[in-house]
Design a protein around this ligand. Structure first.
Ligand SMILES: Nc1ncnc2c1ncn2[C@@H]1O[C@H](COP(=O)(O)OP(=O)(O)OP(=O)(O)O)[C@@H](O)[C@H]1O
Ligand SMILES: [Mg+2]
Length: 362
């Protein structure tokens, strides 16, 4: 069994600062968990502690039922793809991939079979005789993934493995990693900055900030009900729109009033009293352009950004930017006036002071 349990895990590089601050999490056997968070929040540190190559200041790491705090990295059944590849410069691609297998005393024919299969999958079979210095960044990264795959580990730890690939290869590799997970029956912990990668790959996503988890949930839970504005912003691409609003009691129902535009919510009525000043979080994909002038916002076009078959309309509303995403079916002129309606069921409401989602507080 290769579940992973983190119990109050803490890392202090220096006396005055906790890089990881008492974090706890249970990752199920064969789960694909994505760690998402800004630079410096402790993602790599956490992976390295699970791999056993970074000391634990406090707390425990379990793999299955075994506390592995004192277990050597090579005996943990874990393979890691490092952010900086960490290939051995004096070894060829083939030797890099074979090294871990030799240590585990895997026989030569089996080694060659696994390396051949991984190299074909990663499209590096023509590079096996080269040295790392003779590879591009993207090729090095694929070798690093290959080196982990051939070990057939119980647990895969991947630290931004696709960050140096071009867009096309990145898309292909994202699918390959998903297939790899299905095929290998291993538990995956995958670090990324990229929310598309996070929602595509993750069974669950753990959003980190400053050494703590802000929210852990399925992609849908996090997209639909982010616990706070930090999470809402982090998971939104294009960026979520924020507009000041108030909650009002309209015949016993909690209504969000955004400058006179009223949106019905399913929130309990007591939120109205508890949160006098709120911010409505509205995703660009949950808005629509309409001819309707009542209960809509009058906005003006700043510019348009065409992305594939969709368009992002960059608008201004009361001097602030507001983005609407829609399918690209017509062109818009700078300065053009438009009316924007909201898809009420997707509006999130945050307390203006605490920035927390009033739904998760209620
Ligand atoms: N060996 C070290 N000594 C002191 N501080 C360190 C050390 N390694 C990392 N840190 C600090 O710990 C924090 C977390 O670093 P970590 O590399 O885990 O971040 P990260 O989330 O992986 O960031 P990125 O997305 O940029 O890779 C950072 O503030 C970093 O400066
Ligand atoms: Mg990192």
């Amino acid at each position: 069994m290769s579940s992973i349990t983190l119990k109050s895990l803490t890392k202090q590089y220096t006396e005055d600062r906790r890089t990881l601050d008492h974090i706890s999490l249970e990752i199920k056997d064969k789960e694909f968990l994505v760690l998402l968070g800004p630079s410096g929040c402790g993602k790599s540190t956490l992976l390295r502690m699970i791999a056993g190559i970074e000391d634990i200041t406090q707390g425990e790491v379990y793999i299955g039922d075994v506390c592995v705090n004192e277990v050597e990295p090579k005996d943990r059944g874990v393979a890691m793809v490092f952010q900086n590849y960490a290939l051995y410069p004096h070894m060829t691609v083939f030797e890099n991939m074979a090294y871990g297998l030799k240590i585990k005393k895997v026989k030569r024919p089996e080694r060659e079979k696994r390396i051949k299969a991984a190299a074909e999958m990663l499209q590096i079979d023509s590079l096996l005789k080269r040295y790392p210095s003779q590879l591009s960044g993207g090729q090095k990264q694929r070798v690093a993934i290959g080196r982990a795959i051939v070990k057939e580990p119980k647990v895969f730890l991947m630290d931004e493995p696709l960050s140096n690939l071009d867009a096309k290869l990145r898309n292909e590799m994202r699918i390959e990693i998903k297939k790899l997970h299905e095929r290998l029956n291993s538990t995956f912990i995958y670090v990324t900055h990229d929310q598309v990668e996070a929602v595509t790959l993750g069974d669950r996503i753990a959003i980190m900030a400053e050494g703590k988890f802000r929210q852990i949930g399925t992609p849908l839970e996090i997209i639909e009900c982010p616990v706070d504005m930090f999470v809402a912003s982090f998971i939104s691409s294009p960026p979520i729109n924020y507009v000041d609003a108030v909650l009002v009691n309209q015949q016993g129902k909690a209504i969000v009033d955004i400058d006179g535009v009223r949106v019905e919510t399913s929130l309990p009525i007591d939120v109205v009293e508890n949160h006098p000043r709120v911010v409505a979080g509205i995703r660009p994909e949950h808005c629509f352009i309409t001819d309707e002038t009542s209960n809509t916002f009058a906005m003006e076009v700043l510019f348009t950004e065409i992305i594939g078959t969709d368009v992002l309309l960059h608008l201004t509303y009361k001097g602030s930017d507001f983005i609407v995403k829609k399918s690209f079916t017509q062109t818009y002129e700078k300065g053009q006036k438009l009316y924007v309606g909201l898809d009420a069921s997707h509006v999130n409401v945050f307390d203006k002071n605490t920035q927390k989602n009033v739904r998760s507080l209620s």
